[in-house]
Design a protein around this ligand. Structure first.
Ligand code: 6GU
Length: 256
């Protein structure tokens, strides 16, 4: 079965900046959407506000700088987009709900979350549905994640040890990491196995060795001789060694 025959991965994004996600229409990801590998839908959080100013923020209890996102719009948005609102399921067995399937995974980007890794990308690429809830301001009232986790898996994840102005860029990063793993995305059926952060047969995840293309000599710099040799075993040994050296230099934590 090729990627195009499989049901597309459905991705919903709930945001106060829907326009931000126009970036998902270009490049390889745009093609994946056209080819039916992913079905991305972006929703404006303010559609679930009820006041005339469409307010989504408020000051934090206990004081402190900045504003937080209020729980009510998020609660309603997640209920509607992810399904499984408490009142909706009440009094009915789960199988009785029309079209009921397992609830989507809810991904809440936050610098206070655990680190998002390649393993998450691999696991989530196998899901049927993902819902992303990127926050602005100082984050979302903590009860939103607590409430949602009563009926769906909730992932609070960070994309690295630095602070962004909002979760939108983190969502684009995660969607790209996930979508490129979908069968058919790369234009071939083979999954990308030999790349940084993907454990090899021995379970080691190394950074990739440096790579070269023509010309063999450029600005006085020569491509390592072994890569021109045609000796596949020798090339594999060189790449393994170069990967170890690079990992020791840039990411010694990965060698432990
Ligand atoms: Cl997921 N959000 C924000 N605002 N900053 C971050 C992040 C997420 N991951 C790293 N920094």
């Amino acid at each position: 079965m090729t990627g195009a025959d499989a049901a597309p991965l459905r991705i919903d994004v709930i945001t106060i900046f829907p326009a931000y996600f126009s970036v998902l229409e270009v490049s390889l990801l745009g093609k994946a959407r056209e080819r039916g590998l992913v079905d991305v839908r972006v929703h404006d959080l303010r559609n679930w506000t009820e006041d005339v100013h469409r307010t989504v923020d408020d000051s934090p209890y206990g004081g402190g700088p900045g504003m937080l996102m209020r729980p009510e719009p998020w609660g309603k948005a997640i209920d509607e987009v992810a399904g499984g609102a408490p009142q909706e399921a009440e009094g009915r067995a789960l199988d009785d709900v029309a079209g009921a399937s397992s609830p989507p995974r809810l991904v809440i980007p936050t610098p206070s979350g655990r680190l998002f890794t390649q393993q998450d990308a691999v696991a989530w690429a196998q899901d049927e549905r993902l819902v992303f809830a990127p926050a602005r301001y100082e984050g979302i009232d903590a009860r939103v994640a607590a409430d949602a986790s009563r009926r769906m898996p909730v992932e609070e994840v960070s994309i690295g040890d630095y602070v962004l102005a909002g979760g939108e860029a983190a969502v684009v990063v995660m969607i790209e990491a996930i979508a490129r793993l979908l069968p058919g995305f790369m234009g071939n059926a083979e999954s990308p196995v030999t790349e940084s952060f993907t454990p090899d047969a021995g379970g080691a995840a190394l950074l990739e060795a440096p790579a070269y293309t023509r010309p063999a000599s450029w600005r006085g710099l020569d491509v390592p001789e072994v890569l021109l040799s045609g000796d596949h075993a020798a090339v594999a040994r060189w790449r393994e060694e170069a990967a170890r050296r690079r990992t020791a230099q840039y990411r010694p934590d990965l060698l432990d």
